[in-house]
Write a protein that binds this ligand. Sequence first.
Ligand code: DX5
Ligand code: ZN
Length: 216
Amino acid sequence: MKIAPSILGCSYLNLGEQVLSAIEGGAEWIHVDVMDGNFVPNISIGIPIVESLSNIDCFQDVHLMINSPGKYIQKFIDAGANAVSFHYEATKNIEDNLNLISSNSCLAGLAINPDTELNVLYPYLNKVDYIVMMSVFPGFGGQKFINSTPDRISQLSLYRKEKGLKFEIQVDGGVTRDNAKMLHHAGADILVSGSGVFNDCYSPADSVLKIKKECS
Ligand code: DX5
Ligand code: ZN
């Protein structure tokens, strides 16, 4: 199980320290939530943050919650993204975008909202490295986990097994140490957690360790 802390909920006064702490706790990926104020009703961070984080030895998983993601994929890769996911709901050019990401030796991810049918993914599952299964409606951190998600994960995990496919399943939104074990058993491979890692109770390192412990 990989843990991918989302920096959306970080204090940007000491972003580097918090990211290094999360990595010290065992975070394999760092999840960078990019929002354009159009695809989602919020504006977050962009290319300058990816460029800054490229000075830290970390694996940047850039989650594009933007319309027309194809216009920006190359820019985020040039800035230092190691994996890029975009939303099925945000573009018609899914295959072209996946090929563009993969041709840059980056991991290619396709994200779907909680109300999007799983079967829309089927034509692309042999082209993606991971599927981002949203467990909240995108746009904000700290939201409540949507309880229909585990069934969707299990359904996709079963389909993956039946078809002998290799993509990973990332779960994004409302993931904490309280639901990590259940998600692991449902078939998730990557857990994104923002407020579950960057919070006032524990250091990012300790928060990541607690989530990992639930999945061991
Ligand atoms: C929501 C983002 C998530 C979110 C995770 O649109 O895609 O990555 O920031 O934050 P938490 O874990 O607090 O829900
Ligand atoms: Zn995200």
